[in-house]
Design a protein around this ligand. Structure first.
Ligand code: FES
Ligand code: FES
Length: 202
């Protein structure tokens, strides 16, 4: 969807959106660290390997991966939308496959490589091609769904489910966007997949 309510508002939104796509990705924790939440009865030791960093935590075994990321590790690029597995805002990759972090217990990720939006850009600081494509194709407005959309889009390609615009739409259907930036999102993914630019969704 294209905004049409003035240059200044658009500039502000675009700046904020780019910050979501790029800035939040810029959260960087330079060294492995041990988070020390308050001691609790029945806490389970968990080792999370996130974006190449190793974190050792003692967590209530009911803690979701989403809450471990956001509340215990300050990795707030992963968003909490519904917290019920219905919106895709919390999408991260485990072992390169997309999962909903709100429906995944942190202990289920124990020892497995997790990729969040903060870890997607290259070691040289350059944005991942999908991040850049989202900016280039105006694939976000408020940006809240964007981290999950981008992780899901990256997986959509690696799964081999970006062979056509229809296929992209089907395999991205679990990621909702309240701003309805779907045309831009599809265009961004199609561009990275090397497909012709799609028309507006019917
Ligand atoms: S916050 Fe996880 S699917 Fe909505
Ligand atoms: S850009 Fe606002 S929810 Fe998707």
């Amino acid at each position: 969807m294209t905004m049409s309510d003035g240059v200044s508002r658009r500039t502000v939104l675009k700046t904020g959106a780019a910050a979501t796509a790029a800035g939040s990705i810029g959260v960087h924790i330079s060294a492995a660290r041990t988070a020390t939440p308050p001691a609790m009865d029945g806490a389970s030791p968990v080792v999370l390997r996130i974006n190449g960093e190793r974190y050792q935590l003692d967590l209530d075994p009911r803690t979701s991966l989403l809450d471990a990321l956001r509340e215990h590790l300050d990795l707030t690029g992963t968003k909490k939308g519904c917290d019920h597995g219905q919106c895709g805002a919390c999408t991260v990759l485990i072992d390169g496959r997309r999962v909903l972090a709100c429906l995944t217990l942190a202990v289920q990720a124990d020892g497995r490589p997790v990729t969040t939006i903060e870890g997607l850009r290259g070691p040289d600081g350059r944005l991942h091609p999908m991040q850049q494509a989202f900016i280039d194709h105006d694939a976000l407005q408020c940006g809240y769904c964007t981290p999950g959309q981008i992780l899901s889009a990256v997986a959509c390609l690696s799964e081999g489910h970006a062979g056509s615009v229809d296929e992209i739409r089907e395999y991205m259907s679990g990621n909702l966007c309240r701003c309805a930036a779907y045309d831009g999102i599809t265009a961004a993914i199609a561009a990275v997949a090397g497909l012709p630019a799609p028309g507006p969704e019917a």
